[in-house]
Design a binder for this molecule. Structure first.
Ligand SMILES: Nc1ncnc2c1ncn2[C@@H]1O[C@H](COP(=O)(O)OP(=O)(O)OP(=O)(O)O)[C@@H](O)[C@H]1O
Ligand SMILES: [Mg+2]
Length: 219
């Protein structure tokens, strides 16, 4: 699913965020990226999301080299992914329902299909009763579940999550992970960046450790 070859990222100020990184992630895999603050986890996810371009090397996702996509292809590519940010990035003026349905609306999915899928996802994350609420009327954990519902509503082949449990207590963190495990069990490839070693231990999937932009451990 994902092939990174000799991948390096040098930010303009001269910091190597990633250094000659080689990594293969299989289709259907659930993989953790871990390592200390500044290790390069978010940078790798940003390269996979095609928010950044590599300085050297290349990354292919489902056989497509992300460095050679046109801007239209980049947009289509991003919409084909599910992405969960640590800070949720829900749209504040839109209701929970509208937030989850938003990408389908942009893609021109028929309204009845938008409604059916949005209800299904809200039910799945246990928040259908809050569908008319605004994001800031929800708790952090509820907002995070909405962010996950939004990322998964389009049944993406690949889900990328950057510290999706960064603001949550251990029980809620595990609950979020269980949602991601469930979607993974249905065939979606999942990549999660987290510094939470205890959470990785409890979930028990392959973890790649980064330090100073290099892979130091695959466990
Ligand atoms: N836009 C940027 N410009 C310059 N340097 C950056 C930029 N973004 C990240 N860096 C640097 O790149 C390195 C890797 O950062 P990155 O955000 O990928 O780390 P991380 O592993 O996600 O850390 P954290 O656990 O704190 O989120 C760090 O040294 C960081 O300071
Ligand atoms: Mg980060």
């Amino acid at each position: 699913m994902i092939e990174a070859r000799h991948l390096s990222k040098l930010y303009s100020r001269g910091v190597y965020a990633l250094r000659d990184l080689n990594l293969t992630i299989a289709k259907g895999e659930f993989l953790f990226l871990t390592g200390p603050s500044g290790a390069g986890k978010s940078t790798l996810l940003r390269l996979l999301l095609r928010e950044e371009l590599p300085s050297e090397g290349e990354v292919t996702v489902a056989g497509r080299n992300l460095s050679v996509l046109s801007s239209q292809e980049v947009q289509a590519y991003r919409r084909s992914l599910g992405f969960v940010f640590q800070d949720f990035r829900l749209i504040p003026r839109m209701s929970v329902f509208q937030n989850v349905a938003f990408v389908m609306r942009v893609l021109g999915v028929p309204v009845p299909v938008q409604q059916r899928r949005t209800f299904q996802m809200l039910k799945w994350v246990g928040l259908q009763h809050r569908m008319n609420a605004l994001p800031d009327e929800l708790s952090g954990g509820e907002q995070q579940r909405i962010a996950i519902a939004r990322a998964l509503v389009n049944e993406p082949q690949l889900v990328l999550a950057d510290e999706p449990t960064g603001n949550l207590d251990p029980d809620l963190s595990l609950e979020i992970m269980n949602l991601l495990r469930e979607i993974n069990a249905r065939g979606t490839t999942v990549v999660v960046a987290t510094h939470d070693r205890e959470l990785i231990r409890r979930v028990g999937r392959r973890a790649v450790t980064l330090d100073h932009g290099r892979i130091t451990e695959v466990g």
